[in-house]
Design a protein around this ligand. Structure first.
Ligand code: NAD
Length: 317
């Protein structure tokens, strides 16, 4: 990590449901000694900072405060959650133009101040906004990361863990592509502690593989819609995903996570951001880890990439 940023400091831009839940989870993580909150609505940032800071005596020392852009340029990571949230029935891609305009007011602040840390984009549609952040911030590609399908992959592991009655951490699988409707499960490489998925299913008495996997993939793909229909926003799962990614960065874990990053011909995809497993550490993202895909999966991934490319082009990115 460059010595121009403080590895114990994180900032969150946008303190709505997702930003405040992320700050709350980050406060409890013990990873940081400073958490700075920025919002266009300064009072909202101040209120959230006060509320979250009252939990500090139960955890361990960390300063949580409302801030401006000048205060956060030494943060190792800036988590960007500013934006309009998805309304019931609205797709993530519907949000694109509204949230690009919001990003046009935020990201140049980092460019102006020559920010040296890592931007973690969470606002939706996350793949398009990661691309927008890359262009608007002027930061190198390895330091602009979208939370991508880290959350979707956690949802998948939860569902598979329940289906198989096994610890979800023993399930190894990735959701790849868009964080959204065209995302897909890399089923052919899915395993449970090294045991191929279908073998493990049979060990647990499940034999209708295709039916079960289709149902689980649909459930995962639609879970944000279901939560939004029931409680208007999703925030706890994404908050934990933010902590997971921040931990990989500041602890230089070199973890393999399906975050959204710029593609340069990997799997035949070029010039857009989407999620594939990559190594995440203190420099941001590095090597794409080659995932073995069968022909059908490869085609679905290319279709997901095309859907994103069409949106990026129509948004002028
Ligand atoms: P929200 O409406 O509760 O909060 C948005 C916040 O952004 C508000 O506090 C608002 O004042 C602030 N904001 C707006 N414009 C700003 C600007 N120019 N500068 C600074 N702050 C600004 O919304 P939410 O539920 O917190 O969702 C935030 C975003 O996160 C949405 O785009 C949502 O779709 C996305 N999201 C992403 C994931 C994921 O997995 N990537 C999951 C859930 C939600």
């Amino acid at each position: 990590m460059t010595n121009q940023v403080d590895n114990r400091k994180v900032a969150v831009v946008g303190c709505g449901f997702v930003g405040s839940s992320s700050a709350f989870a980050l406060m409890q993580s013990g990873l940081f000694s400073e958490i700075a909150l920025v919002d266009v609505n300064r009072e909202k940032a101040e209120g959230e900072a006060l509320d979250i800071s009252h939990g500090v005596p139960f955890v361990g020392q960390v300063k949580v405060y409302a801030a401006d852009y000048d205060d956060i340029m030494d943060a190792a990571i800036v988590v960007v959650t500013a934006g309009t949230a998805q309304k019931p029935g609205e797709t993530r891609l519907d949000l694109v133009n509204k949230n690009i305009r919001i990003f046009q007011s935020i990201l140049p602040e980092f460019k102006k101040r020559n920010y040296k840390g890592i931007l973690l984009v969470v606002s939706n549609p996350v793949d398009i906004l990661t691309l927008a952040a890359l262009k608007l911030s002027g930061l190198p590609e390895q330091r602009v990361i979208g939370s991508g399908t880290v959350l979707d992959t956690a949802r998948l592991k939860t569902a598979l863990g329940e289906h198989l009655d096994v610890d979800s951490r023993s399930v190894h699988s990735f959701i790849i592509g868009e964080h959204g409707d065209s995302e897909m499960v890399a089923w052919s490489s899915t395993n449970v502690s090294g045991i191929p998925l279908n073998d493990f299913c049979e060990m647990r008495g499940h034999f209708a593989h295709d039916e079960a996997m289709d149902r689980i993939a649909d459930e995962v793909r639609n879970s944000a819609y279901e939560i939004i229909a029931k409680k208007h926003a999703t925030y706890y799962g994404i908050a934990m995903s933010v902590v997971r990614i921040c931990k990989a960065i500041v602890m230089n874990e070199r973890s393999i996570l399906p975050v959204s990053t710029m593609m340069h011909g990997e799997y035949g995809i070029e010039g857009i951001c989407l999620s594939m497993p990559v190594i995440v550490g203190e420099e941001g993202v590095s090597v794409h880890v080659p995932l073995v895909l069968n022909e059908e999966e490869r085609e679905s991934l290319l279709a997901s990439a095309k859907a994103l490319k069409d949106v990026a082009q129509s948004a002028g990115l």
